[in-house]
Every structure is written in C-alpha cells, then in structure tokens.
Design a protein around this ligand. Structure first.
Ligand code: ADP
Ligand code: ZN
Ligand code: ZN
Length: 804
C-alpha cells in the first residue's frame, strides 16, 4: 500500500505528490486527508496524504516508508482535497499552500494527542485498559501497535473513547497594565492646582487627563502618547489622578458579556420577499448566488438570521463572513444573541489554541453557525445549508498573499459542492457582482427602505476650494467646525473620518481642485517622493511635478495627504474640551484594542471617534448624530481604476453610521472636487445611477467588469535586474497570449521600492483567454526553475483587488 503525500516544502520541483510506502501497522487506519511525518532528503517533514493506492512507479530500492501517522481521523475532508486542486489552478499557488490555508495554524504547531475515556460503562479490552492504567486521559503515541490503533479507532467511532489534540503552548495568562483616569474632572482640576509649577511634567499629564476623565488607557500607550516617564505617571497616580489595574488580555472576548436572547422581527414586505426567494432555492437544494442589495440599515442582517434559522431546522450549517471581525462586534453579537451556543466566532483575537478549539467544534458539528473573516470560508462543516458574505464589496475578502483567493469564489465553489445558496449582501455592491446580477448570473434581491422608515441622513458636500479662497486654511471647514461645536454642546457623539489609504499620493491644486491625471488613462498620476516625479501606473507615462496648476495657473499645487495624528492635534486646538478617541493602525496594534475603543465610545467615554477606513463599517450607536468626512478626495484619486467605486462605497458606508436610531443624523463631506459623480451620487444615496455612470467609464477604458485583469509584480534588490526581468515577463506574455489581450507595462510600481527591493509590474487585460491559467503556470515554471535562483521574486494575482 502506498500513499501520495504533499510535503511541507514550498518550492517548485517539489510541488507534486510523492509516493511513500505505508507501513503495515498504519494500513487499516490511514486515510487521505491525514497528516504524516515523512523522510524528505535528510530530514523529516510534515505532509498531507492526498490519495491511497496499491501501486507505485517508484522502484523498490527508492521507496521510503511513512515515518509517523499524525492523525487517526483525517484533518482534511474529501471536499477540501478537491477544493485544493481548484484553488491551485485558479490562484497559481503551491499545493501545500492551498492545503495549509484550510487548516488552523495549530495543526502546524507542536501538539500532543490525548486519548480520553468518554463512556465509562463500557468494559474496555485488556490492551486498552493497560494503556490507561486507571487514568481517564493518557497521551496517545502513534507508534503503538497496529492492533491497538485499530481497536482505538473503532472505539472512537463508537464514542467510547475520544481523541483530543492539545496544542502545547506555554502561554501563561497575559496581563496588561491599564491606567484608569479619575472620572471626576473637579478632582483632577484640584490635583492640577496643587501640583507645584516646578513639576511641570506632572502638571501636563494631569491637564491632559482632565480631557479624558473616566477613560481607561493602556499604560504604555499613555506614556508614549504624552512622551512622559513612568516616574511622572507614578507621581500623579499617588496624588489620586488615576489608578492602576491589571487587565487580562487574550481572554474570550465574549466571556464577560451578558448576551441577551433577541427575538426575531416580523419582516417587512421587502425582507419577506427576499427571504422567500432564498428559502425557495434552499428547499430545492440549488447552488444559487443571491445578491442582496439593501441600503444601510435596511435589515439585511435580519434576512440572514432568518435564512440561517431555516437551515438550522434541517440540522444544516451556515457560514457567515464579515469583512473584519474585530471591527464588527455588534454584528457578531446579533448572531450570538439569536443562536446562542450554536455559534462559533472565529475572532482574530483568539490564541492559536482557542482558534483550534473552535475549529474542532466546527468539524465535530458541535456548533452550527460560524461567523468569521475571510478564512472562515474554509470552516470544516460537512453539511452546509447556507453561506453568507456580508459587505461583499470589501477588499478584505481577497487574500493578498499566496494563495491569492477571493472568499466569494470559494463560497460559490462550496455552494456548488453542497448544493446550497450563497447570499452576497451589500449597500454598495461591487461593480462586478452587480453586473453579474444584471446579467442573471446572480439573482438580485433589493431592500430599498429601512424597516421603521427612518430617513437616510442628509449629506452636505462642502467645497474646500471655497474655504481656501475665504482664507480658511484649516482642515475643518467652517460648516463642519460649527456642526462639531453644536454636537459638543448637546453632548451628542460624532465620527470623524479621515480617508486615507496606502502610501500613494497624488498632486492636487487646492485652488481649483484639479488633480494631475494621465493623458492616456483617465487615472491620477502617482507622486513619487524620491524622484520628485509623477507617474502613471497603467501606461508608464511620467513627468515632473508641475509648479503651477495646468488648469488655473495657481501655485497652490502640491501632493496631498494628512495623518490622523495631525487631525487630532488640530481638534485639540479648535475644540479643547472635546474628548477624542483615535482609531487607526497605530492605536490598534494590540489584539482586542478595536473592541476596546469601540466599547469606550459606546459607553459615552468620548465625544469624537476619529479614524481611518476602519471605522466605516458596522458601527451602530444611537448617539451618533454627525459623521464628518475630512477629505473625500484621497480614495477618489488613487491610481486605481476602482478609485471612484471605492470612494462611493466609503462615503455611503460612513454616511450609514449616522442617525440609525431615533435621533436624526447629519453627514458632512469635505472635498476639493464636489462635482465628481461618485460624490454627488453618494450624497443622494443613489447606487444604481452611480453604477450606470461608472459602467460607462469602465467600458470606455476597457476596465473590469468589461475585461478581466491579472497583475504581475517582479521584485529584486537591483533595479536593473528588476527592469530586465519585468521586460522579459512582458515579452513572454506578448508572445504566448492572444493578440486581443493587452499587456500593459512593465512600469515601476507606485511604491517603487519596499524593504530594499525594487518593484516593477505588468498588467494583463483580457476579454477571453481560456488558457491563461496554463500560460501563467508555464511562466511560473520558468520563474521557479531559473529566475528565482537569481534573486527575482514574482507574484501573480488574478483579479486583483488593487493594483498598487
Ligand atoms: P443592515 O444589515 O441592512 O445594515 P440591520 O439588519 O442591521 O440592517 O437592520 C437595521 C436595524 O433595523 C437593526 O436595529 C434591526 O434590529 C432593525 N430591524 C431589522 N429588520 C427589522 C424589522 N423587520 N422590523 C423592525 N426592525 C427591524
Ligand atoms: Zn488649479
Ligand atoms: Zn497612463
């Protein structure tokens, strides 16, 4: 007996199954999907059994046996093994990468296997009793005899014994020092008064604390933020300005929350119609994809919940994907509230061991609903009744390293395997999905109203060029500043959103709003700081940064970009009493910090939540009555054909954060290009006209969904080498692909050097290229056998979510 094994070595010549002999004692136990340890070269590596067979072409003297069998029950299901083949073809990844992406990281870590007696009434065979020696749990070594292993496997199937894999982890409970600032401002003022002027540092700290009365903050964050020492902090704590508390981190994020059971709503007509169509196709076991297009707050989630309820009645399972789980605690809770302990949440804050625990519960069917981000699409359920992608347009559903899969494609593949529906939900569907829905490939369902008929918030667009003309150089327009002041007086909350993405920047005239665009491509030119030049990433056009605006001849033309920290300083200057929480990459490095900030805000511990893209999603607080967008232009002028789409999506999503409950909401959008259609349609919450307009543009310039694109990036430490191989790539593609396919480039990437490696890129734009996967596989082969040795790195991304 032989096993085909994919070994854990990601390298080209090894990217194929190897045959190993199965030792006699594993023969009745081994199955495809099991992990094994096998000799490879002069070491032992982890491998996955992908097939069992009785013969091999390997000559007898070269045959090697499997060293160790790691699983009695295979970790990979038959479905996963089939999915691997498909993933490999469609993402051009190594097979081992495709296998690993489906498994929790614990299955790659060190672990021990514990065998446990479950049924104490059953009289165990002598041999097994000898193993347990009066204990209930023992470690199982797979080098036990074949007879013993066979018996054990049988007893596990009969639920008399259970096998657990326990991850060996030396993680003591971690604690973090939290500073609790005194909540009574008067006390803080008094302490401030009593500190002698000589202790200026202490005075400053207490002064700052007065704006954050009652707030909890991680000690190290506070020290960094105030640029002060622990001694100073200790001194003010001794005076009573704050207290110290040790807080456990990495605990179950839901442990200390009482979850209320929520009753279901009786559906509105639109919701009812949508749900019946879904259930109709569910009942017929149809692998149908629905696009649920509903305005923000229209009750999409309620439709998901009731569709899942139907699947659960049949003992089937459901997968719910959300863009980023730590940003959507409120959404996640709604599933917990409705389905209680049947829900597993695959939260990024879970430790390796905790994630693995959840994964096992899923595999054993102990839970029926999984809520998680992108990788939860691989949840090892075996009887799926429904798959849901909420906010289907989000870029986070595409993994940006190998395997470069899109969760939507995996979801649809699995729906075909399980004959069940998929629901893609969004207020702002991606152009691709909406186009497919219009063509009839997906089934379109629409929700046009909010259930209690709450109006969508009023959106005002402020022309920042006018502000400048009137002498206001601040990043806050008079209107926004006034509106913030009003909210502070009324003690209502607001969200300020700084639209900032990636590192790239563009050149903008602050007088007339002109952005320098490529003459050939209708795409903003990207500013390259090093060379002081601007370049087009679609065609390679480049030129000097202009000193005066080509349109209005003003010299107020420069590259554009602001950080959240700068905004925070400006808020402190303009609104000294405002309590601000900042949420961006810097304040959310620590696990659980998203949730923490959102909780503080929800508890009313701050007036203003200031943040980047992160805060656009999922927030649902009754007291938010103002949403301010500091500059809508940043995404609008990205060097990306999806720039307008991304801007429209963001503006619509952030607008949806205001006035979701009883208090009316207001949205203020600041921009230098108020006339842009993405901004105008977002102002009126008009998806369909936006879609129509954007499709006209895409058609004119032959961008998706009218074409498909593939993106190839080449990097090397030497710039000449990078350019040379990028040219080789482009030429090779031109020779091997059909004439109707456009190969654009090579051009230097927008971020032209990362970690000392130069980056060049090519873009393939095609309509019909049926052999593209094979052609790219050939290119990959050339790269892996030859170019890699020279230090070249190449990545290929089919249907990239961004091409920066
Ligand atoms: P979406 O997911 O489309 O943003 P939600 O499902 O979050 O919308 O619904 C918005 C709000 O309306 C929530 O507070 C939800 O509880 C409530 N809601 C949803 N459906 C109904 C209904 N049929 N009747 C009353 N309230 C509803
Ligand atoms: Zn100008
Ligand atoms: Zn161009």
């Amino acid at each position: 007996m032989f096993a085909e094994v994919i070994v854990d070595v990601a390298a080209y010549p090894i990217d194929r199954p190897f045959d190993y002999a199965v030792p006699e004692k594993f023969q009745t136990i081994i199955e495809s999907g099991s992990r094994v340890k096998v000799p490879f070269g002069n070491r032992h590596v982890l491998g996955f059994v992908t097939a069992i067979k009785s013969e091999t072409d390997v000559p007898v003297e070269k045959q090697k046996p499997i060293g160790e069998l790691l699983d009695i029950e295979p970790v990979l299901t038959q479905e996963m093994l089939e999915m691997t083949k498909w993933l490999r073809r469609h993402t051009l990844c190594y097979e081992i990468d495709a296998l690993q992406v489906m498994l929790p990281s614990a299955l790659r870590a060190k672990y021990e296997k514990i065998l446990e007696i479950v049924d104490h009434n059953f009289e165990l065979p002598q041999s097994i009793q000898a193993m347990f020696q009066q204990k209930d749990r023992v470690e199982l070594k797979v080098d036990e005899s074949k007879e013993l292993l066979t018996t054990i496997k049988k007893l596990i199937k009969e639920n008399i014994l259970a096998l657990e894999t326990v991850v060996k982890q030396k993680t003591a409970v971690k604690k973090v020092r939290m500073i609790l600032i005194e909540s009574d401002v008067k006390i803080l003022q008094e302490i401030h008064l009593n500190i002698s002027n000589k202790a200026k540092k202490q005075k400053d700290v207490v002064k700052w604390m007065m704006d954050y009365a009652g707030t909890r903050i991680v000690s190290t964050d506070l020290l960094k933020r105030l640029n002060t020492s622990n001694a100073v902090l200790q001194a003010v704590m001794e005076k009573g300005a704050a207290t110290l508390e040790l807080e456990e981190i990495y605990r179950d994020p839901y442990a200390d929350r009482t979850i209320n059971v929520s009753a279901k709503h009786s559906l509105t007509n639109e919701q009812h119609l949508a749900l019946s169509e879904i259930i109709f196709s569910y009942d017929k076991h149809e692998a149908k994809t629905f696009l649920l297009h509903g305005i923000t707050g229209s009750g999409k989630t309620e439709v998901y919940l009731q569709a899942i309820e139907r699947a659960l009645q049949d003992q089937k399972e459901a997968i719910v994907l959300v863009p980023e789980i730590s940003l959507t605690p409120q959404m996640t809770n709604r599933f917990k509230e409705r389905f209680g302990s049947l829900v597993a949440v695959l939260h990024s804050g879970l430790s390796t061991g905790e994630k693995y625990d959840e994964w096992r519960k899923i595999k054993r069917g102990e839970v029926k609903v999984v809520v998680g981000a992108r990788s939860a699409v691989f949840a090892p359920f075996q009887n799926i009744g429904l798959i849901i992608l909420d906010e289907e347009h989000e870029g986070t559903y595409k993994q940006d390293d190998s395997p470069r899969y899109h969760a939507r494609d995996v979801a649809i593949w699995r729906s075909e395997y399980h004959h069940c529906p998929v629901i893609l939900g969004s207020a702002t569907p991606s152009l691709e999905s909406y186009a497919r829905a219009k063509k009839g490939n997906y089934s379109l369902l629409t929700l046009t109203k909010r259930p209690r008929d709450q109006a969508l918030p009023e959106v005002s667009v402020i022309d920042m060029r006018e502000q400048l003309k009137n002498g206001n150089r601040s990043m806050f327009s008079l209107e926004l500043a006034e509106s913030i002041r009003r909210r502070l007086d009324k003690q209502e909350q607001m969200v300020l959103f700084l639209n900032r993405r990636g590192h790239s920047s563009f050149v903008l005239c602050r007088d007339c709003g002109t952005v320098v665009e490529c003459p050939n491509c209708d795409i903003s030119m990207t500013y390259h700081r090093h060379q002081e030049r601007i370049k087009c990433h679609y065609c390679g056009e480049e030129s000097q940064v202009p000193n005066i605006c080509p349109e209005c001849k003003s010299d107020h033309i420069r590259f554009f970009g602001t950080g959240t920290q700068k905004v925070e300083e400006e808020i402190a200057r303009l609104f000294p009493t405002a309590r601000v929480l900042r949420m961006d990459v810097d304040t959310t490095r620590k696990k659980g910090s998203h949730e923490h900030i959102l909780k503080l805000f929800g508890d009313g511990k701050a007036d203003i939540l200031l943040g980047t893209q992160m805060i656009a999603k999922g927030l649902d607080f009754p007291n938010i009555t103002l949403v301010g967008v500091l500059s809508a232009d940043t995404t609008l002028h990205l060097a990306d054909f999806r720039a307008a789409e991304k801007t429209f999506q963001l503006l619509t999503q952030v607008s949806g954060r205001a006035g979701r409950h009883d208090k009316e909401g207001e949205v203020i959008v600041q921009t230098y290009t108020p006339e842009h259609y993405a901004i105008q349609f977002a102002k009126h919450h008009d998806f369909v006209p936006f879609y129509n307009q954007e499709m006209v543009n895409r058609k004119q310039f032959a961008y998706p969904p009218y074409t498909f694109v593939a993106f190839i990036q080449i990097t090397h430490e030497d710039v000449l080498m990078t350019a040379e191989y990028a040219h080789k790539t482009a030429n090779w593609l031109r020779e091997n692909l059909s004439n109707s396919t456009e190969i654009i480039g090579p051009t230097a990437s927008s971020i032209s050097r990362v970690q000392n490696r130069y980056r060049y890129q090519c873009l393939i734009k095609y309509k019909k290229e049926p052999t593209l996967p094979e052609v790219l596989q050939q290119l990959t082969r050339i790269y892996r056998t030859d170019w890699m040795k020279k230090g070249i790195l190449m990545s290929i991304d089919l249907n990239p979510s961004s091409i920066m």
